[in-house]
Write a protein that binds this ligand. Structure first.
Ligand SMILES: [Zn+2]
Length: 318
């Protein structure tokens, strides 16, 4: 199997939201990719400039970042042609790798704009930025590609923010890390989500038990689904005893802790993702993994702190 490490550059309406097309707020203007074999050797490269159809003038922040001009983009190919060509170049047996999750998102969004055939579902890919964070940052915080290259002492001889250069740098980061359980460290792309219960995704990989649900009409409806709220052990799948009840940790996330008789504390996180179909409809990405006593106590303390805050707020309102 080959790794297709790709990077995109995109433009947006230079006139802000008023000039934006709702079906394609970000228009891809460059595709750059490298192909690596399973020994992480670069065996081929792909690069193409794309002539924009919607936003012909560059947004000022994009212009400041990129190394080319509107004039050069005029010599580019149509997205449809370049993208079809790129996908053919990928071959039959490959996995996408990108720095972050947005490139794969906007690739599919632009493909949809032109009514191209959809990519496979569910779609697994390697988020090199996340893998780097998981391995090198104690708290799993993500960092910029520039920083990763610097920390790994990768020679920076070409400017960043040109798709082909960023693809090369991302490939080099991956090659340098060479995690031996890479096949476990995939991410599910969530540009598309399960539509029905039968399509729901459940997978156990890299120590995490993951579930991606079908749509719920609202966050509240999701939090009333008893099935969703059950915490299962990330190691053996058994039902855990509830140690910290589900509570909303931020506007888009809830958290709880359970305990497996055999494997100890399990921390479970629910993230609400907009399903886009109506204003409130969402789907859920739920991840459960092992934690220690310290992890359990941190979650419990935070819950108590939030409770206390709410109490004080209510008190003030009286
Ligand atoms: Zn267990």
């Amino acid at each position: 199997m080959n790794y297709i490490v790709f990077d995109l550059e995109w433009n947006q309406s230079p006139y802000g939201q008023s000039g934006e097309h709702p079906r394609m707020p970000f228009e891809i203007i460059e595709i750059g990719a490298v192909k690596m074999n399973d020994s992480f050797e670069i065996v081929d490269e792909y690069t193409s400039l794309i002539k924009p159809k919607l936003y012909k003038k560059l947004h000022r922040s994009i212009r400041a970042m990129l190394n080319y001009s509107e004039e050069e983009l005029k010599s580019g190919r149509s997205f449809k042609e370049a993208c079809a060509d790129f996908l053919e170049w990928c071959g039959d047996d490959y996995a996408f790798c990108t720095w972050g999750a947005s490139d794969l998102y906007y690739l599919q969004n632009n493909m949809d704009f032109y009514y191209m055939e959809k990519l496979a579902f569910p779609l697994k890919f390697y988020n090199v930025q996340q893998i780097y964070a998981d391995i090198y940052d104690e708290e799993g915080r993500i960092s910029k590609l520039e920083k990763a290259c610097m920390d790994l002492e990768i020679k920076e001889d070409k400017p960043f923010h040109a798709a082909i250069n960023d693809a090369r740098y991302t490939a080099k980061v991956l090659a340098k890390m060479k995690p031996d359980n890479l096949e476990e460290r995939y991410t599910f792309d969530i540009y598309r989500h399960p539509k029905t219960k039968e399509d729901e995704i459940v997978a156990r990989h890299a120590g995490v038990l993951e579930k991606i649900t079908a749509e719920y009409p609202s966050k509240q409806a999701a939090m009333e689904d008893k099935d969703l709220l059950v915490i299962r052990c990330a190691k053996c799948g058994r039902k855990c005893f509830r140690k910290v009840k589900w509570y909303q940790n931020s506007s888009s996330a809830s958290i709880a802790v359970g305990r497996c008789v055999y494997h100890g504390y399990m921390i479970s996180r629910i993230k609400f993702k907009s399903a886009g179909d109506s204003e409130d409809s969402i789907f859920v990405v739920k991840k459960t993994e092992k934690t220690g006593k310290k992890g359990f106590e941190e979650v419990k303390e935070r819950q108590q702190m939030l409770r206390e805050k709410r109490k004080q707020k209510r008190h003030k309102e009286k």
